[in-house]
Unconditional design. Sequence first.
Length: 280
Amino acid sequence: MASPNVEVTAKLTFTLPPPDGSRPYQSINADTKTGFRDFNTVSTERNVNIENVRGREHLYQLDEAGFQFYNRPTKFTDFRNDEKVMKEYYPESVDVIKELTGASRVVLFDHTRRLRNPDQVGDTPGSRQPVAQAHVDQTRRSSIARVHRHLPAEDVPELLRHRFQIINLWRPIGNPALEWPLALCDFRSVDPKNDTYPVALVYPDREGETMCVKPNDKHEWKYLRGMTPDEIVLIKCFDSVEDGSVSRFTPHTGFEDPTTPKGVPHRESIELRALVFYDD
């Protein structure tokens, strides 16, 4: 059994499809009064062993595990200013993703800043909490729709003839993420067909699609304890290569780490979502 500083046991939330067989859905907008979103999936909690990979980060590569940690400091600090994030942090992050993946073209299509607030119930439009549910941001269908949505129509046919991915770049802001860190499931332990299922993501004017994750005792969950603002993790949400030669996605979730010291700052983080294209 791993020592406490290597492995923790924590509750993770998973979801099961609606028992009546209806199409699973989740609303993207929280109720303005309750802070909760409408959905018809069934939540279930499990105690899960989560390994701290600090010092062994090199064992987890993007095309194998589905995620990869890097030390990439940034001089940008004004993360609460969305306009500056898009104007200054986006270009820097595009260069980082190109460098780390070898991609020929990277298009960032949105970002989310999250701040843990224990006194807040659910999300509000201006204050997003860490996601406390195992999930994958995209499905194959929604990933292709993203290419059509965010790229010029004349570019799409050629882009879809080559490999493309959706990758999130996740970074703590201001302080190490000791409270409510991010857990990632090694793709090599996932049964893609049986462990995940698509869920309609309902916007006011359209529908997207995400993937919920069922519990499975074979899953191998990892985290990098105390990630600092100088550290990032790339999280693969989709890969058009689906022949079994590379990871396709990474289930992930925020979780309450029982080893978090009392009094540490609340977790604040930013995640950028990128369409990542290759020439081959």
